[in-house]
Design a protein around this ligand. Structure first.
Ligand code: SF4
Length: 915
């Protein structure tokens, strides 16, 4: 019998004769929960007697000091925030400061440490801790750590006959006080000592995979195989040094795997030793958006969540998120009650008929009702209890509290209501908060402290960190993530203390952390009874990783390449793609997840491999397929096209097919910052021309430069991105040292335009323009970045901003650059003014230039010829769309090195796996 089973049977036999006097202590709740589950199968038990040191302390207080209230982490946080602000003489202190204070307090208490003596800077912190403890004493309450301290003082009065302590690894000094003050007989089963000299014989594999996704996917595939072979999911554990880091990936990957039992396919499931924060679960997201909309003057993103939320029983006919988004773009509205209330009036100039205007009126009416409803109960400033009550009333009125939900959402809803209840009754209930502070408080607690358990399921394997199973036995164990950045993971200093201060009060901290990391790794290895699989990854997607030294001391990992994952839906789809592409469609029978060729074509996930053979549906060439009819119908009916969409088709029909026809979301947006910086600079340039009202002359050069710099800085800051690459881009625009910044170059160019007589009027910024394609029944319509009018010659010039690649003269004369000629024609048709060849203003972080594609040296392309070519190209493209021609234009060359669809593309160079 293993020691875990032994201690359970010992407890079971002692508790038969003395259930109230017998206690069983574990070092964490994962183990105590596992023990409760096992013992329940044997007969009735007192679950609160099978617990941790914290749980025991609470029980002692509950029995001997029933009036004492244990305060929750939420109330503790608010108390520290309030006391910290009072002591430091501030209105409020930052959340991280409060968090650090709480963590420091807990660390000092549990380890019985005191702040470094004689240090002036710690006086105020000492005062904060003193006031907090004084509050707890005066109000007869304590948090879970002070509860251990108090319980240690009175534990002798408890009626305890036996305490079984199961492998408690180095209890903290505070826990030690409580354990030593317990009456009765204490039986301690010590943790295994000593180091592993070699891996146990059950270890089947020690592998290194190319990245963390492949590593975890391979483990999941092996787990599914085990279950198919008859192993119960309950006999399998997947462990990792840092569960919070692995959980998001597990949540994403596990549903892709399934196993076949008795002819039925079941989705793989897991349950975790870590609870799920409720912040991002749909009912909570909706409730927080409701509050945020009221608090932050109706930001468009909050309104969109409210409108689309399935958790509110609102009527949703005329007010849709899509419509609001479009209206927001046309009227440039991102927030503001006042702006939303006149939306229909501001849309009127862009409406062409009465039907559209009538629809807008209905839409406006619904939007007005929503805004009025938002402000019915919620108020700007109120006691915490009133905020909680108002939000609860709103949620009840909106049907949020009663609408049927999936079990996990239901649990999140209850947890959120419980949180509101707790805050409404806490000792801070009467304290006044602004609605924004209330929103920040709820967001923090929904992210950090309010959690729900993973759903229990018979078919779920266990996922936990290395500590969660220490000292137990599990038949099949997978330990993943064994890289040196996670094992050992050492936090050298205590919060708010530097390394020297930490070393002064806790000299053995680092050594203890090393010892603990090694101990838990070795005990996790020893958990495996039948098979053990160890693995690590060579990259986490952004940086290279090396195997943990604790692993390499025992074995050198073997490099494993990516293999066919037979239990993964996407793995099967990829394999189907390979087989179909190689003309071996008959071999698809054993695969799953590919219901038909048509569906397979729609699931672009299969389009990841090389193919040979005749062109056809798997080249995204639908002209001879039944789908051709759909293409014909859709693109005959469609009579308005955006130049950007046409240009995308001209660049790569397959990219157009994915983006504009199938509307697939970007599968991997690895160039996000590059895209965001484009938006930032477009917005900055628009703001500059709207707000800087002085002539762009040499005299004003300096003020124009600082004006634009301020705008660019504000726009960069607003994105709240802290990556080094983002900051480097920002520095490039704003300038560092003596080098000329991009902004200075931009202003230099603008002064040049101004001197030539060009002016930019507000109405020609970010304006929607439409060109009718001559002799055709369709138009092209889009938003031009800017149109400059020459006040001397009355000529206009279209300007398109580019922060990335600029189309060349060659591309223009080959009909691949459509935006500038089409926008120029649109402005020409609208104003009747003469046109100058439009230009690209290249605005990158290290350069700014006027890159006019009409010119090659001094030679200018014929603008009329270019326009006619653009028209002809539009006609051709529409015909090709109607025919369902969506294949990449070239098999040898990809036109966009940053294309986000690389991973799902038919373009041969990107297909990594062969059948
Ligand atoms: S990766 Fe290249 S060829 Fe493939 S869709 Fe994107 S642009 Fe087209």
């Amino acid at each position: 019998m293993d020691t875990f089973s032994y201690v359970l049977s010992e407890y079971a036999s002692l508790s038969k004769t003395d259930p109230f006097g017998t206690w069983l202590l574990f070092e964490n709740t994962d183990l105590s929960n596992a023990a409760v589950q096992k013992l329940r199968q044997e007969g009735p038990i007192l679950p609160d007697h099978i617990t941790t040191v914290k749980g025991l302390a609470k029980s002692i207080l509950h029995t001997l000091s029933p009036a004492a209230r244990i305060i929750d982490p939420e109330e503790q946080h608010l108390l520290f925030a309030r006391i910290g602000a009072d002591v430091w003489g501030k209105k409020r202190i930052a959340d991280t400061q409060t968090e650090n204070l709480v963590n420091l307090f807990i660390t000092l208490k549990t380890n019985k440490l005191i702040l470094p003596a004689g240090e002036e800077k710690f006086n105020s912190i000492r005062e904060i801790f003193r006031r907090y403890e004084q509050f707890c004493t005066e109000n007869d309450c304590c948090d879970s750590i002070l509860a251990i301290e108090r319980a240690a003082g009175i534990a002798g009065e408890m009626d305890i006959s036996t305490v079984l302590c199961y492998k408690l690894y180095k209890p903290t000094p505070l826990a030690g006080d409580l354990l030593s003050s317990l009456p009765g007989k204490i039986t301690t089963l010590p943790p295994e000592s000593g180091e592993l000299a070699s891996l146990p014989p059950v270890c089947s594999e020690v592998s290194q995979y190319c990245d963390a996704v492949t590593e975890l996917s391979s483990a999941l595939d092996a787990i599914a195989s085990l279950i198919e072979s008859g192993v119960s999911p309950k006999e399998i554990a997947l462990l990792t040094p840092s569960l919070p880091m692995a959980l998001p990936l597990l949540d994403e990957l596990v549903p892709d795997f399934s196993f076949l039992l008795d002819g039925t396919r079941h989705t793989l499931r897991f349950t975790a030793g870590e609870d799920i924060p409720i912040e991002n679960l749909p009912p909570v997201r909706s409730a927080l958006a409701w509050l945020a909309a009221a608090a932050f003057d109706c930001r468009i993103d909050d309104l969109k969540i409210i409108i689309e939320s399935p958790c509110f029983s609102r009527k949703k006919d005329r007010l849709t998120a899509g419509r609001l988004e479009k209206a927001g773009i046309i009227t440039k509205t991102e927030k503001g009650r006042a702006a939303w209330r006149i939306l229909a009036a501001r849309l009127a100039p862009s409406r062409r008929n009465e039907i559209e205007k009538e629809y807008d009126a209905g839409f406006q009416n619904d939007l007005d009702q929503l805004i009025t409803r938002l402000d019915k109960n919620l108020v700007r400033n109120a006691p915490l209890a009133d905020h909680c009550a108002a939000l609860k009333t709103d949620l009840a009125d909106l049907g949020w509290t009663v609408l049927p939900m999936k079990p996990q959402d239901e649990a999140a809803r209850h947890a959120f209501l419980r949180l509101l209840g707790k805050l409404g009754q806490s000792s801070l209930a009467d304290r006044r908060y602004s609605i924004r502070e209330f929103y920040a408080i709820l967001c923090r607690f929904c992210e950090k402290t309010t959690r729900i358990s993973y759903p229990e399921s018979e078919n779920a394997f266990f996922a936990g960190d290395l500590r969660s199973v220490a000292g137990t036995k599990i038949p099949y164990v997978f330990i993943t993530g064994l890289s040196s950045d996670l094992l050992p993971r050492i936090e050298a200093s205590i919060p708010l203390l530097n390394a020297q201060e930490t070393a002064r009060i806790q000299p053995d901290r680092i050594q203890n952390l090393f010892d603990a990391s090694r101990y838990y790794f070795h005990s996790a290895v020893c958990t495996a009874e039948k098979q053990l699989f160890l693995s690590c990854a060579a990259s986490d997607g952004s940086k290279n990783l090396t195997p943990s030294p604790y692993l390499t001391r025992l074995a050198d990992p073997i490099q494993k390449s990516r293999e066919f994952l037979s239990h993964s839906l996407t793995g099967n789809q990829t394999r189907a793609g390979e087989l179909l592409a190689a003309g071996r469609g008959g071999e698809c029978a054993a695969l799953f997840g590919i219901p038909s060729l048509k569906t397979a074509a729609e699931i672009i996930g299969i389009e990841t491999v090389d193919r040979t053979g005749e062109p056809g549906i798997y080249d995204a060439n639908f002209s001879a397929d039944e789908l051709a009819e759909t293409f014909d119908a859709v693109y005959t009916e469609k009579t308005e096209f955006a130049p950007t969409v046409l240009e995308r088709y001209r660049e790569c029909p397959f990219k157009w097919y994915l983006t504009d026809h199938l509307h697939l979301e970007n599968p991997a947006d690895f160039s996000a910052e590059r895209i965001i910086v484009g938006t930032v600079m477009h917005k900055a340039m628009e703001r500059f021309f709207r707000e800087f009202k002085r002539p762009l002359t040499e005299e004003n050069r300096e003020s124009a430069v600082s004006f634009l710099k301020e705008i660019v800085k504000a726009e960069f800051d607003e994105r709240n991105i802290k990556t080094p690459s983002w900051l480097a881009m920002q520095n490039g625009y704003l300038g560092e040292g003596d080098l000329e910044s991009s902004i200075e170059k931009i202003i230099g160019l603008e002064i040049g335009f101004y001197n030539e007589g060009y002016r930019t009027l507000d109405e020609w910024l970010e304006r929607t323009v439409t060109a009718k394609i001559i002799n055709e029944q369709f138009t092209v319509s889009g938003r031009v970045d800017r149109v400059m009018i020459n006040e001397r010659t009355r000529e206009f010039m279209v300007v398109d901003y580019k922060t990335g690649k600029v189309k060349t003269h060659k591309e223009l004369v080959e009909g691949k650059a459509l935006q500038i000629p089409l926008y120029t024609e649109a402005v020409s048709q609208e104003t009747g003014s003469p046109a100058k060849p439009g230009t690209y203003l290249y605005l990158s972080d290290d350069d700014a230039a006027d890159k006019n594609p009409y010119f090659i040296g001094k030679k200018q392309a014929d603008a009329e010829e270019i326009r006619d070519l653009a028209f002809e190209t539009c006609r051709e493209i529409r015909e090709q769309m109607k025919n369902g021609q969506c294949a990449p234009s070239s098999a040898d060359e990809c036109p966009d090195e940053y294309c986000p669809y690389k991973r799902v593309c038919r373009f041969a160079a990107f297909r990594e796996e062969k059948a």
